[in-house]
Design a protein around this ligand. Structure first.
Ligand code: 9MR
Length: 381
């Protein structure tokens, strides 16, 4: 009996030893493994994730993504809070995280009317500064920030959200002071600061015909002036009932036709009904429930529609892989998303590729399986 036990133990040991050099289970591929030869697949990161305080999110980033963008810490109000102060702490940590993990990084964003440091466009009395002063401030800001990360980032969102859905220019302070000229100026300064870095125009609702037309015109104009523009970023904050997929595709093709790459830069899809303020607000309880219909979990029926539509968007990106350079989700898991606070504070949304338990959504798992299979079939041919 004793001899038999010793023999069994030895045999098991020998088998284990053999297994140690030949892993028996193959690790499941991540998104970047199946999409890497088509386009970059990225995510926005918040400061807690960069600081390593959310290790489960970090694990997802390492396994699934090959590109990152800073959700907030490179914006003007964060990085340049007063005229004489820059605060690079969080942005430096973001870049260090990207370098340590071999991730392609995008800077977001240089010139944007929102999250703009309050001093930027006004004097001490709160009056708009002159065009010359604003040009100098833009130049100082862009030069300082872009030069600091020279050689580390692949590209910058140079101007964010400057065009309205009807194709007119947003009447931001930049526009009020400098007119349309503020856009070419921003691209010029960014290129002067780092001639090797890619430069992007980034905006939401890019499927709208009016906006499409003006953005196409903008790209033509920048090119005609000999300025650099590498890609147009379509943010891709979509919903269950918008945008029309054909209009979205029309815009992708229209931008691609201008000889620039197309990127989906802030992808997410709210699973909640679009808010209509005209609802019967006399019934407050019912109204609140309508605004936040799934406080516990997303019902299966809704989840199915959501997954089907996200899958359809991904298929559209794959169809145009020749012009797509990157697809980036605006956050890692549902719990991180800005959508939980917008347009209604405190409601629970389900817009991202991973759920609150850090699990991939069904369309993500299906996509990985499908593309893995296609790869294997192609390799066998
Ligand atoms: O996700 C960002 C959120 O944490 C910030 O509070 C918000 C402030 O405006 O900005 C969010 O990110 C925006 C991005 O920078 C530009 N496009 C729209 C995004 C969602 O508002």
């Amino acid at each position: 009996m004793k001899t038999k036990l010793v023999f069994t133990t030895l045999l098991a040991g020998a088998l284990l030893g053999a297994c140690a050099t030949q892993p028996v289970t193959k690790e499941e591929p991540g998104l970047k493994d199946v999409l890497g030869d088509k386009f970059l697949i990225g995510t926005a990161l918040n400061v807690w994730q960069v600081a390593g305080q959310d290790t489960a999110a970090t694990a997802i980033v390492k396994k699934h993504f090959n590109a990152i963008v800073a959700e907030n810490c490179m914006k003007c109000a964060e990085i340049h809070p007063t005229e004489d102060t820059y605060d690079f702490k969080d942005a430096d940590a973001f870049v260090k995280f990207g370098e340590e993990n071999g991730l392609t990084m995008t800077g977001h964003c240089l010139i944007w009317h929102s999250q703009l440091a309050p001093w930027f466009c006004v004097d001490e009395k709160g009056k708009n500064v002159s065009p010359e002063v604003l040009k100098q401030r833009m130049k100082d800001h862009i030069y300082t920030v872009v030069k600091r990360y020279k050689g580390k980032l692949k590209g910058w969102d140079v101007v964010n959200e400057a065009i309205m859905e009807d194709g007119s220019y947003r009447k931001s302070k930049f526009y009020q002071i400098l007119g349309e000229e503020f856009i070419p100026l921003a691209f010029q300064y960014a290129h002067e600061a780092d001639p090797d870095v890619e430069l992007y125009y980034n905006d939401y609702n890019m499927h709208e015909a009016g906006k499409r037309e003006t953005v196409v015109k903008l790209v033509k104009d920048l090119k005609a002036r000999g300025l650099r523009i590498d890609a147009v970023g379509m943010q891709g904050h979509v919903g269950m009932d918008y945008p029309d997929m054909d209009e979205f595709e029309k815009s992708m093709v229209a931008y691609g036709n201008e000889g620039v790459k197309v990127m989906i830069t802030e992808w997410d899809m709210s699973a909640l009904p679009t808010v209509k303020r005209s609802a019967n607000i006399a019934d407050t309880v019912a109204f609140r429930k309508a605004l936040n219909p799934y406080p516990d979990a997303l019902p299966d029926s809704v989840s199915q529609v959501w997954n089907q539509r996200m899958g359809a968007f991904m298929d559209l990106f794959l169809k145009h892989a020749d012009i797509m350079d990157r697809v980036t989700a605006w956050g890692v898991t549902d719990g991180d998303s800005w959508k939980n606070g917008f347009p209604v504070r405190g409601r629970k949304d389900y817009p991202l590729l991973f759920d609150r338990e850090y699990q991939p959504k069904p369309f993500v798992t299906e996509l990985i399986e499908r593309l893995e299979k296609e790869k294997a079939e192609n390799a066998a041919e």
